[in-house]
Design a protein around this ligand. Structure first.
Ligand code: SF4
Ligand code: SF4
Length: 214
């Protein structure tokens, strides 16, 4: 399971950096390396591009996992170069950006957009598996998430546009509710297709979302 990210266009990155000259680059050795958005190669390429745009790079690092508790220790090893920078440019998912933003008060500017939580189907191809909706219905849908797998995010499907198992919105994609039907049928649990799922209740986990583990 990975945070799937996409690099922002250089134009947007430099717009965020208006008035900022000295940067420290941070990549992530886990998800952003796997998606080729913030691993060592991408950090070094970004360094070149920003230097070409007139920025000074005081240093760079690729933290093993930018979102975890070891981030501070990893950054502490590079404090000299970090102190002489005006900000961090972070090439990780938004979790890493937020972690680094709390490190020493220097701004943390995201170089990536965080798209979704996904899994890798084949090298370089990822798909979303969970929208963290706060009320999981996988127990009724044969382990297939209708929110992320169905084009319309239908909790009660199919929509009626299913055609030979393909989705009416994108004919190249399987209809999620056909997949759910087929798997429930194989499990002898087709009665679950008739179970009504109430609309998503955003009050289950109102924002800001917080939970305490006892
Ligand atoms: S129903 Fe889908 S989006 Fe909601 S928690 Fe389950 S897998 Fe995630
Ligand atoms: S055809 Fe299937 S996947 Fe597409 S929107 Fe309708 S129920 Fe969802």
């Amino acid at each position: 399971m990975k945070s799937i990210t996409r690099q922002k266009p250089l134009e947007e990155i430099t717009k965020q950096l208006e008035g900022i000259e000295r940067l420290y680059l941070v990549g992530c050795g886990t998800c952003a390396t796997m998606t080729k958005t913030g691993g060592k190669d991408e950090v070094l390429a970004m360094k070149e591009r920003l230097q070409g745009a007139g920025k000074m790079i005081t240093g760079w690092t690729v933290i093993p996992t930018a979102c975890d508790t070891m981030t501070e220790a990893s950054l502490a090893e590079n404090n000299g170069a970090i102190q002489s920078a005006d900000c961090f440019l972070v090439m990780s998912c938004a979790l890493g950006v937020q972690k680094i933003a709390s490190y020493n008060g220097k701004p943390a500017i995201p170089a990536l957009d965080t798209l979704f939580i996904g899994v890798e189907d084949s090298p370089g191809l990822f798909h979303e598996v969970c929208d963290q909706c706060g009320h999981c219905v996988l127990g009724y849908t044969a382990g297939i998430c209708p929110i992320t797998a169905c084009h319309k995010g239908l909790l009660n499907g199919p929509c009626g546009g299913t055609n030979n198992g393909k989705c009416e919105v994108d004919k190249n994609r399987d209809c999620a509710w056909t997949l759910i039907y087929d798997r429930l049928k194989a499990q002898g649990r087709l009665d679950l297709m008739k179970k009504y799922q109430p609309p998503r209740n955003s009050q289950i986990a109102p924002r800001p979302r917080v939970t305490r583990v006892a």
